[in-house]
Design a protein around this ligand. Structure first.
Ligand code: SF4
Length: 167
């Protein structure tokens, strides 16, 4: 087994179940297949294709919000679309994370002067990682996911440290 490479044969490794679940979670971040505009071509299609192959990082799309961990907001969010984005976010189970991909999702981007455009998806839902660019390269999206994995690991450590301090 892979664990033997770290611990040696006939060894035991102790880990909290919470750490194990978080480890599994951050290495299998399933995102909602939901693209709004041109960023979706880069973020959802190029990234999942054979060249960049996000699957090897455990990043894979699902078509139901009820089976996803991450929402990638890829595109310009207008006020009409905002209700749908919020509803899909609410349908995702906890714990869940949001990646704002591209200038439009981060700030409104090149369309921010139009009155029907939301000036950043963080006005509707909480955002964990912002990826700039118009559109961002798939490498940037990959880097964004690595940052998200680090954030999830840090949240686990913070939670465990807080519990140790209180015990
Ligand atoms: S950031 Fe650029 S590429 Fe992405 S949705 Fe907006 S206009 Fe399109």
């Amino acid at each position: 087994m892979a664990i033997e490479r770290f611990t040696g044969e006939n060894s035991l490794a102790f880990i909290r179940s919470e750490q194990l679940f978080d480890y599994a979670r951050r290495n299998s971040l399933w995102y909602l297949a939901f693209g709004i505009a041109c960023c979706a071509i880069e973020g959802l299609m190029s990234a999942s294709g054979p060249r960049f192959d996000f699957d090897r990082m455990g990043v894979f799309f699902r078509n139901s919000p009820r089976q996803t961990d991450v929402m990638i907001v890829a595109g310009t969010v207008n006020h009409k679309m905002a209700q749908t984005v919020r509803r899909l976010y609410d349908q995702m189970p906890e714990p869940k994370w949001v990646v704002a991909m591209g200038a439009c999702a981060c700030t409104g981007g090149p369309f921010r002067e139009y009155p029907n455009v939301v000036l950043g998806v963080d006005q509707i839902i909480p955002v964990d990682v912002y990826i700039p660019g118009c559109p961002p390269r798939p490498e940037s999206v990959q880097y964004g996911f690595i940052q998200l994995q680090k954030k999830i690991a840090a949240q686990t450590e913070e939670r465990l440290a807080a519990r140790r301090a209180n015990s």
